[in-house]
Design a protein around this ligand. Structure first.
Ligand SMILES: NC(=O)c1ccc[n+]([C@@H]2O[C@H](COP(=O)([O-])OP(=O)(O)OC[C@H]3O[C@@H](n4cnc5c(N)ncnc54)[C@H](OP(=O)(O)O)[C@@H]3O)[C@@H](O)[C@H]2O)c1
Length: 344
């Protein structure tokens, strides 16, 4: 136990935000690290923490697919870390993934973590890449929910983020006739064209993007929507007959106290279109096959490998804010431990 410090930093939910999280939303605490564990527990040093747009939903007490984080509870998150005090089957030095939360060390049941095998030269950050939550969400959204067919026009909003960039790339792999990305700012448009390989990309913060979209894109068969609100309303006005609107998420509404009123929903009737929401966990039984395919595409260089890396346990709330301000391109992760700083 000599290398394990006595105390650690963690972040707990202090109060529920009404709109955007503020400095009062999370409270930083310094607490002792338990040095005695139950037989079935291990102590993990948290190296990498994954940040998700969905975390904003976990801060609000409403009916959803997961219970909210409780006031005073360590903020929930997935992570990768190293076992620093072993259990029955896991040994010191084993790399594991699990729900470690916003803290430097986590006491977890051995049965609640999965051993992670990193190939030589690989990085544990890739646990949150193509085969992670966002890759899977994109995979099932484009295939099972969106039923994308070769030759069709696919539009993706929030396209330069973690989920969106995988959705756009999978659209290309699946033979879409045209893949169109929508994202904020010229750098993201460049990323989409040069690194994701979309055919057309639009900066929704520019004044004339809708006019250009109407002129250049034509009609839309599948809309993979991460943003909701005004962008969803606009794309609804552009759908083709039998279009599929895939509601991956509605990030533009997560920090607002008033819901956005969609005006163009009657288009669904006029064009016999469907709008379907889903949670990637709906398809858990199909994860092994999907991960195999995603890993294959990643190895072939067909999926983007782009991370927005933030350092230090202190930066966790700020890193979550980056997902909402759009400061991130690709997947947002925090290197929590100093040992993780070598991972890219
Ligand atoms: N259904 C599922 O199973 C599932 C699973 C994972 C994620 N998701 C959804 O996927 C979406 C993206 O989540 P993520 O974790 O992958 O985050 P992300 O895409 O890496 O980051 C979010 C991006 O959203 C954009 N954004 C933020 N506020 C916006 C606004 N008001 N209007 C337009 N764009 C805005 C920002 O890019 P810009 O610079 O382009 O604005 C930001 O980079 C979310 O809606 C999330 O709920 C769904």
């Amino acid at each position: 136990m000599s290398n394990i410090p006595n105390e650690q930093t963690r972040w707990v939910l202090a109060e529920r935000p009404v709109a955007e999280p503020t400095d009062a939303t999370f409270r930083k605490e310094t607490v002792p690290i338990p040095h005695s564990l139950a037989d079935d527990e291990v102590l993990v040093r948290v190296d990498i923490t994954s940040l998700e747009a969905a975390m904003r939903g976990w801060l609000t007490d409403f009916r959803s697919y997961r219970a909210p984080v409780q006031i005073g509870e360590v903020m929930r998150s997935a992570g990768v870390g190293e076992v620093v005090k072993g259990g029955k089957t896991l040994k010191v030095g084993d790399l594991v993934s699990g729900g470690f939360g916003w803290q430097e060390y986590a006491v977890v049941k051995e049965s609640a973590v999965q051993k992670v095998d990193i190939p030589p030269g690989g990085s544990p950050i890739d646990e949150f890449g193509a085969t992670g939550t966002n890759g899977l969400a994109a995979y099932f959204g484009i295939t099972t929910v969106g039923q994308l067919k070769p030759g069709e026009t696919l539009v993706v909003s929030g396209a330069a983020g973690a989920t969106g960039s995988f959705a756009a790339a999978i659209g290309k792999i699946k033979g879409a006739g045209k893949v169109v990305g929508i994202a904020g700012g010229p750098d993201k448009v460049k990323f989409l064209k040069e690194e994701v390989g979309v055919d057309l990309a639009y900066d929704y913060k520019s004044a004339d993007w809708k006019e250009k979209f109407i002129e250049e894109v034509g009609l839309v068969d599948v809309f993979f929507d991460n943003v909701g609100g005004e962008i969803l309303d606009f794309v609804l006005s552009r759908i083709r007959r039998f279009a599929r609107i895939v509601e991956s998420g509605a990030i533009s509404t997560y920090n607002t106290s008033e819901p956005y009123g969609i005006k163009n929903y009657p288009q669904l009737t006029k064009f016999s279109a469907t709008l379907q929401g889903y949670i990637f966990l709906d398809y858990a039984s199909e994860f092994p096959a999907a991960k195999k395919e995603l890993a294959q595409w990643a190895a072939e260089g067909k999926l983007p490998r782009k991370f927005h890396i933030v350092d230090g346990v202190d930066a966790l709330p700020k890193a979550l804010g980056d997902i909402f301000s759009g400061a991130n391109t690709g997947k947002t992760v925090v290197r929590v431990s100093k040992e993780a700083l070598r991972f890219n």
